[in-house]
Write a protein that binds this ligand. Structure first.
Ligand code: GDP
Ligand code: MG
Length: 681
């Protein structure tokens, strides 16, 4: 058993249904005037850290050994040291704090020497009074009945200090806070009614108030502008023990029962410091008290808010960063993270909820400013993820588009316009859905630019595909064209009729017309522009002409043309009109026949030399745009059409003539020999 008659044995504590920590007390200011570093942890142990504004602070004030600790222990179930009557030993100087039993109340008990009487350490008294007043909602002023009216008494002198200091604290800011001064008159015998004692005390207080040296701008301010006063009395603890306990219980009710009409913890006294910031706030006030600075509570509250909001924000941000880190690598590696927007929204909301829960109770201006800072920090982390996701989405959608185009253009019978527009639609829809998902509300993030650039790339891929497809189609038509003109040209050149060029050009034109028509039919599905069609047709015509020319070149190469001439000559010289081989007899006119056949054959050379129809309407000229080679083609150089009409130059014609003459001469000699041989037989 300790001095309070309360058990501290763990068994009893547990039997009482309380955790040992709940009844722990802490010396928050020691006899060296040091503030404890443990208050924050102790508040947590008391289970008060997370109660927000749901707690109260009360302190006591009065001369030594006036039963302050005794009273507090009874009112709040605390465990403060009580002076042992038999030994009268001095309790440790300082300020102690306990949690009220079963109540969210922090109770402060001030221990100390009675400086006034002992003439020592007024500094501590003054400072603890200042501190108690700044930090508590209710200040209990404990006073013996016989001290009432003794203006010179130690208590009243101390009160003067409290008031003076209070003006220093709240003078500039009357709304800074109200405090309840609860006078508890001890050892009230009952001869003088409480009302009389109250009147005496009130008059004393007013006198004190008037005697204060006030700043000029506050000369008119009243005691009641800052304080509410409540008076109560308690019977003698020893002489009227039963009534004493009963009255103490009554007083206790006024601290406990929220619904009682004379409930003392009115919200207006609350200092509006969230419980998790109380330790820091008190320590700051103590520091200010110690350094004797003018206590400006609003500034204190802002400082506290800055400190706590920063702390809360840092914790929220750390947890958030941990979450955000998990998706950083995949995004950087180029992956489109499924549901990234949802994740980001959740992390962000969680962080802000955590921050709001703990920080919103602090000074609103600071809370909001720090919240904006936090939002900025969150978004700065999320923004690269968003941008990365868009980039990856862009890439993936474009790749999918290309693949769909290739698959769609595979094989026969596709409609280019259909394939393109479907693939395009799917690609853009997919991007839009992904981008929308990734946007976090409350940010100014947009994806318009990325969408525009994707649209441009899709268009350029589609254009390239169309160009490739058009080229393929033109190549195919060209191959067919060449196949179709091949035989008619060979036949015509073999026949070597005077109007052979008419036949060839007629065939050329008909086939080219068909090729052009076939191009135009297919091109409608390609959405080609007029200009592209014009270019394709120009290319087709040029290739057609080049195809014809190379066929002619092939059929008029030296050995081929010589064979043709030889054939022509032989038909006339070695066979008769009915196609029977001639057997020359001496009386035959070999010379005449030879000359005739040779001349007729030589006449063919000018015919072959130039592409020239007998019918002028069949003359063909390649349109001008077909003469200019398109920049991206392998169609050779620009050329002059007129030169392509020439098959043999003059020199070439002479060379062929000479070669043919030599061959013909050989036939002549052979014919002559054969007659000589027949005579000899
Ligand atoms: P504190 O120094 O003001 O905290 O006083 P304590 O609570 O330690 O009490 C000092 C002494 O006064 C103790 O021996 C108590 O038993 C005694 N005491 C407590 N309450 C009363 C009271 O109401 N009347 C009288 N006469 N004595 C009391
Ligand atoms: Mg005490």
């Amino acid at each position: 058993m300790d001095q309070n008659g309360q058990s501290k044995s763990p068994i009893n504590v547990l039997a009482n249904g309380h955790s040992p920590a709940a009844s722990e007390r802490l010396q928050i200011i020691d006899d060296e005037k040091k503030f404890t570093p443990d208050l924050s942890a102790q508040i947590e142990k008391w289970g008060l850290r997370d109660v927000g504004f749901g707690y109260n602070i009360v302190a006591v004030f009065g001369s030594q050994s006036t039963g302050k600790s005794t009273l507090l222990n009874r009112l709040f179930g605390t465990t403060f040291d009580v002076m042992d009557e038999t030994r009268r030993q001095q309790t440790t100087k300082g300020i102690w704090m306990c949690r009220g039993k079963d109540m969210n109340v922090m109770v402060m008990d001030v221990e100390g020497t009675d400086g006034r009487e002992r003439g020592e350490d007024q500094d501590f008294e003054r400072k603890s009074a200042l501190f108690s007043l700044a930090s508590s909602e209710i200040l209990i002023i404990n006073i013996w009945e016989h001290q009432v009216g003794l203006y010179q008494g130690a208590n009243m002198a101390l009160l003067k200090t409290v008031f003076e200091v209070n003006l220093g604290l709240f003078g500039k800011n009357a709304t800074g806070g109200r405090t309840l001064l609860l006078f508890v008159i001890r050892d009230h015998i009952g001869q003088t009614p409480l009302a009389n004692l109250q009147a005496t005390l009130t008059a004393d207080l007013k006198r004190i108030w008037e005697s204060l040296s006030k700043p000029p701008e506050l000369t008119d301010c009243q005691l009641s502008d800052y304080f509410d006063l409540v008076f109560t009395a308690l019977p003698h603890k020893i002489l009227a023990a039963d009534r004493f306990e009963a009255e103490v219980l009554n007083l206790r009710k006024r601290f406990v029962d929220k619904d009682a009409p004379d409930f003392l913890f009115k919200p207006v006294y609350h200092k509006r410091i969230p419980a998790d910031g109380a330790a820091f706030y008190m320590e700051n006030i103590w520091e200010q008290v110690q350094s004797n600075k003018d206590l400006d509570l609003p500034t204190q509250q802002e400082l506290l808010a800055q400190f706590r909001c920063d702390e809360i924000s840092t914790v929220a941000l750390a947890e958030f960063n941990e979450q955000a880190k998990s998706q950083k690598r995949p995004v950087e590696a180029g992956r489109v993270v499924d549901g990234l927007g949802e994740l980001m929204r959740n992390w962000r909301t969680d962080a802000l909820t955590r921050y709001d829960r703990d920080a919103s109770r602090y000074h609103q201006g600071v809370y909001k400013r720090k919240r904006a800072d936090l939002v900025g920090a969150l978004d700065a982390t999320l923004s690269p993820l968003f941008i990365g996701q868009l980039k990856n989405l862009h890439k993936t959608c474009l790749v999918a588009f290309k693949k769909e185009m290739l698959d769609g253009l595979h094989g026969e019978g596709y409609n280019f316009a259909d394939v393109t527009s479907k693939a395009r639609e799917r690609c853009l829809e997919r991007f839009e859905a992904g981008a929308k998902e990734a946007v976090v509300e409350g940010t100014d993030w947009t994806w318009d630019d990325e969408m525009i650039s994707l649209q441009e790339e899709v268009r350029s891929v589609a254009d390239q595909c169309r160009k490739d497809e058009t080229k393929k189609m033109v190549n195919l038509i060209e191959r067919n064209f060449k196949k179709q003109i091949s035989e008619p040209v060979e036949l015509a050149l073999n026949k070597a009729a005077p109007d052979m060029w008419d036949d060839i050009l007629r065939t050329f034109r008909q086939t080219l017309d068909k090729a052009e028509a076939s191009y135009l039919t297919k091109a409608t599905s390609f959405n080609c522009t007029e200009e592209e069609n014009a270019t394709s047709l120009a290319v087709l015509r040029r290739r057609g002409w080049q195809g014809l020319r190379s066929k002619i070149d092939e059929q008029t190469a030296d050995p081929v043309i010589l064979a043709k001439l030889r054939g022509h000559f032989e038909e006339r010289f070695r066979y008769d009109a009915t196609g029977v081989p001639r057997v020359w007899k001496p009386e035959d006119d070999i010379d005449g026949a030879f000359k005739k056949a040779k001349d007729e054959t030589l006449d063919l050379i000018p015919l072959y030399s130039k592409i020239q129809p007998t019918d002028p309407s069949l003359e063909y000229t390649l349109p001008a745009d077909s003469l200019v080679a398109p920049t991206d083609s392998e169609l050779g150089e620009d050329f002059e059409f007129a030169t392509t009409l020439v098959v043999f130059t003059e020199t070439k014609a002479i060379e062929i003539t000479q070669k043919f003459r030599r061959e013909a001469d050989a036939y002549y000699v052979e014919a002559k020999r054969s007659t000589v041989a027949s005579i000899a037989q």
